[in-house]
Design a protein around this ligand. Structure first.
Ligand SMILES: NC(=O)c1ccc[n+]([C@@H]2O[C@H](COP(=O)([O-])OP(=O)(O)OC[C@H]3O[C@@H](n4cnc5c(N)ncnc54)[C@H](O)[C@@H]3O)[C@@H](O)[C@H]2O)c1
Ligand SMILES: O=c1ccn([C@@H]2O[C@H](COP(=O)(O)OP(=O)(O)O[C@H]3O[C@H](CO)[C@H](O)[C@H](O)[C@H]3O)[C@@H](O)[C@H]2O)c(=O)[nH]1
Length: 329
């Protein structure tokens, strides 16, 4: 299939582009490069620099590249900033996405795969999180993703677009060959920050809270390898053939891992100490978030190649070792 990967120069999108090629599809990338990196996408892949909310950009790409399906990874994703600057999040994550969907309908591109998040669940009523747990986001970022999930249901019903929305847990790791990996700026994610603390690129890691009701007092998260996430996106293609299909999947390994366990994994893999200190809790951090991905495993035959933290951290470490300051561009 010809697949438009919106946000394909970003962390997860760039890994998915490579998986698409491996699976025999033809990816085309659209990215504004507001974040993301040109160097994360191989020069052979058609690349358009532009905004997903601009029909004058998106319309011709859909036509000229004969796009069959759109994968949408582009968004703003800093939870704290979404609280202080909500309009920025509503405009990019909701308004621009609705424009993208409108352009797709106009050009009759009727298959859509969407990056949602476990943040749509807020502080979940039970754990592990299955798809039927109530979605009550506690910040604008999570709300914008839930708004699009709901819009998709209505659009599928009204116009027969078919879609899959994947709620990722904590995307982590890097490509096995270490040629692409995580390079956010600013970086807020635990694993790259722990690696940078180990190598001395950044000061001691702050562990946000050690008084949570968890076994070691630090937060539990579900770290899922970026290539495992990408494979689910491709595995769902067959299911989208039927017009009006709407699918939701929670994607995680199901293994809860504490902040201290991540630090231990980084120390083991790197052979270096991760200097760290305890700091107050970070606002909006739920104590525990981990997935029950039985639905994806059953319906998509989704296999988790990296079920535990150490092999995931090993791929992140290999990437950071060779790309200490990320991409050149
Ligand atoms: N990283 C995680 O752990 C995680 C967890 C849950 C959900 N998600 C979601 O997954 C998606 C990808 O996350 P990521 O970590 O790869 O993010 P990222 O910032 O690395 O990538 C997003 C890409 O989208 C591009 N972009 C943003 N706005 C755009 C616009 N208006 N037009 C065109 N391009 C635009 C950016 O330049 C960037 O390359 C996001 O939607 C995020 O909300 C990520
Ligand atoms: O310097 C740090 C950074 C993080 N943490 C802790 O490490 C865990 C993981 O934090 P991340 O920031 O790496 O990830 P989050 O769980 O906050 O974020 C994930 O879930 C969010 C929604 O909750 C978004 O979807 C986001 O994109 C995704 O990475 C949390 O308990 C956090 O408190 C620290 O202790 N110190």
């Amino acid at each position: 299939m010809n697949v438009l990967v919106v946000g394909g120069a970003g962390y997860i999108g760039s890994h998915c582009v490579r998986q698409l090629v491996e699976a025999g599809h033809r990816p085309v990338v659209l990215d504004s490069l507001v974040f993301g990196h040109r160097g994360a996408v191989s020069p052979e892949i058609p690349f358009y620099e532009g905004d997903l909310g601009d029909p004058a950009v998106v319309g011709p790409i859909l036509e000229d590249e004969k796009i069959d399906l759109v994968m949408h990874f582009a968004a703003f994703a800093y939870v704290g900033e979404s609280v202080t600057d909500p309009l920025k999040y509503y405009f990019n994550n909701v308004v621009a996405t609705l424009r993208l969907l409108e352009t797709m309908l106009e050009k009759k591109v009727m298959r859509f795969v969407f990056s949602s998040t476990c943040a749509t669940f807020g502080i979940p009523e039970r754990m592990p999180i299955t798809e039927d747990v109530s979605q009550l986001p506690i910040n604008p970022y999570g709300q914008t993703k839930l708004d699009i999930e709901n819009a998709l249901k209505a659009i599928a019903h009204a116009h027969g677009m078919s879609f899959a929305a994947f709620r990722y847990f904590n995307a982590a790791g890097a490509a096995e060959d270490a040629n692409i990996g995580e390079a956010h700026d600013p970086e807020t994610h635990l694993i790259p920050l722990a690696i940078d603390a180990a190598t001395g690129r950044r000061p001691a890691l702050k562990v946000f809270g050690n008084d949570y009701p968890t076994p070691d007092g630090t937060c539990l998260r579900d770290y899922v390898h970026v290539d495992d996430l990408s494979r689910a996106h491709i595995a769902v293609f067959d299911k989208l053939a039927e017009p009006g299909t709407g699918l939701f999947y929670n994607l995680g390994t199901g293994t809860p891992t504490s902040v201290l366990e991540v630090i231990q994994a980084v120390e083991k893999v790197s052979g270096m100490k991760v200097p760290h200190e305890y700091a107050p809790r970070r606002a909006g951090d739920p104590p525990a978030l981990y997935a029950d991905s039985t639905k994806a495993k059953t319906e998509l035959n989704w296999e988790v190649k990296y079920p535990t933290i150490e092999p995931i951290v090993a791929t992140a470490w290999a990437w950071h070792k060779t790309h200490a300051v990320g991409y050149d561009d």
